[in-house]
Design a protein around this ligand. Structure first.
Ligand SMILES: Nc1ncnc2c1ncn2[C@@H]1O[C@H](COP(=O)(O)OP(=O)(O)OP(=O)(O)O)[C@@H](O)[C@H]1O
Length: 483
């Protein structure tokens, strides 16, 4: 019948097994030395027992044939399986002082139950427990690597995270989307804190590689020898202390995804030659191995240095520069797109509000005016983010970010600034505004010490208290509560 089945159900064009071969295969399976197998008829009499089961019982299997199963095997439940007709899988059964793990399965011919078989999967539950333990361990390891992998991917930013309506930023976003459709190498240049990494994340997420890994390498952070093994991995014995079995490098980890070579301008010349080779050949060689491994990786490089200048000085390879600069993205410094500052402030205040300990705050027009017009932003968006975070720390319970909450150097530079929005403010109001600011500033500078603050402002302590009351300044021991 099995033979007919094979003939009917298989389109398999190879040779069909004949009955003798089939019998041989089945016998080999039944007699395999790793698994005890026993078969009973519908009445519970043993009709087959393999050598492995016999050895485990310490009996000659042939001599068990025809005996009632309950007389041969301790704690057997074969009769129950025959009664219920239900399989019992992965059951623990105590035999010869061992807790074995077995399957008990009924055998049917049509609707009729004609017997059952038992399969000993583990001769001791300890074996099984060890396996389960190993599996738990593997599950934990898998979870760990998964979370590490997700962390490495860490591409939480998309094109929508790039805030800005400046024409150059819009053009850059368009370029980014176009580059997302290709596999071309991208070189992102821009001052520190302009958002180069943000653009790299967004590009990865805008590309077909978004489901693949995003692997970042800081080329400035490691000495040449370490950088090489970090990038290309190594084989067993590549150097003293090399892990047995070797290790994958970042290029291999980035297979199918993107590798982000940050601070490429700081890469040593020797390494530059090796990166050039990867760009040309699209393959890498682990340290200490003669074998090439093909890599399917998109390369994004970034630097805050002027690479062309470095090329002129002989500190950066010209050929590598050309290879990297296929799609150039030059990020505009913040001082050249001041019109984006209000948008960025709004976005960053929201972003900060999600951090523990912070809540949503508004910014006063005066403070915003200072941020837009009163500072040159050498640290770009990162500096703006830091300044806002610092201000939130100073503000305490106050809901409005005022100039006084800005860092001293920015605040003092802008003390006399005529705010753009100030059209016709009564003299009384503007004087009060300045007085209020000065009071808060002095209290911040003296960490809430009223004697020192009064001295700084050249007024008496009682006048200081009067004014504190007038402007509703909350004095708390904690400086951060001054609002
Ligand atoms: N256009 C933008 N919109 C929103 N957030 C931005 C923008 N540009 C930068 N940021 C934020 O500013 C911070 C600094 O950005 P990022 O780390 O990408 O700068 P970078 O140019 O890579 O800096 P570095 O050269 O120092 O490595 C990040 O928190 C980033 O999210």
């Amino acid at each position: 019948m099995l033979r007919t089945l094979l003939k009917q159900e298989n389109d398999y064009s190879g040779e069909v097994l004949d009955v003798t071969e089939y019998k041989y295969i089945l016998e080999t399976i039944v007699n395999n030395p790793y698994e005890g197998i026993m078969v009973v008829n519908e009445k519970g009499f043993i009709i087959m027992m393999n050598q492995a089961y016999g050895e485990f019982l310490g009996r000659d299997p042939q001599k068990t044939i025809g005996k009632f199963v309950g007389d041969v095997i301790e704690n057997t439940r074969m009769q129950i399986v025959l009664e219920t007709g239900k399989a019992e899988l992965l059951q623990v059964q105590r035999i010869n002082n061992h807790d074995i793990v077995c399957n008990r399965v009924p055998i049917r011919k049509g609707n009729k139950l004609i017997g059952a078989f038992c399969q000993v999967l583990f001769r001791d539950v300890v074996e099984f427990k060890n396996l389960a333990k190993n599996m738990d361990q593997l599950k934990l390891e898998l979870q760990y690597y998964k979370s590490e992998f997700d962390k490495r991917q860490g591409t939480k930013y998309t094109i929508d995270s790039i805030v800005g309506m400046n024409a150059k930023i819009i053009r850059l976003k368009e370029l980014l989307l176009k580059a997302g459709r290709t596999n071309s190498t991208v070189l992102i240049q821009g001052e520190s804190g302009t958002g180069k990494e943000l653009f790299a994340h967004a590009l990865h997420n805008a590309s077909y590689r978004r489901m693949g890994p995003f692997i970042k390498v800081n080329c400035a952070a490691l000495p040449e020898t370490l950088l090489e093994s970090e990038l290309f991995g190594y084989d067993t014995g590549a150097f003293t202390g090399a892990k047995k079995g070797g290790s994958m490098g970042k290029f291999e980890l980035a297979q199918g995804g993107t590798i982000f070579l940050d601070e490429i301008g700081d890469m040593p010349l020797g390494m530059q030659a090796k990166i050039l080779r990867v760009l040309q050949e699209r393959e890498i060689e682990r340290l200490g191995s003669g074998n090439s491994i093909p890599v399917d990786v998109r390369i994004i490089a970034a630097t805050n240095q002027n690479l062309e200048e470095l090329v002129k000085k002989g500190e950066f390879r010209q050929d590598l520069f050309y290879r990297l600069n296929v799609v150039p993205l030059n990020i505009v410094p913040l001082r050249e797109r001041r019109e984006d500052i209000p948008l960025l402030v709004e976005y960053l205040l929201l972003k900060l509000a999600n951090k523990p300990g912070f809540s949503k705050k508004q910014i006063s027009p005066e403070a915003l005016d200072i941020l837009v017009n009163g500072h040159c932003w050498p640290g770009n968006v990162r500096e703006l983010e830091n300044i806002l975070e610092r201000a939130l720390n100073f503000m305490g319970e106050s809901s409005l970010l005022k100039p006084v909450h800005l860092p001293l150097e920015i605040f003092s530079k802008n003390m006399n600034r005529k705010h753009d929005f100030t059209q016709f403010v009564s003299l009384k109001n503007s004087l009060e505004e300045i007085e209020h600011m000065q009071l808060e500033k002095a209290l911040i500078a003296t960490e809430g010490n009223t004697i020192k603050a009064a001295k700084l402002l050249d007024i008496s302590k009682s006048t200081l208290y009067e004014k504190i009351k007038k402007y509703g300044i909350i004095l708390k021991d904690d400086l951060s509560k001054i609002g």
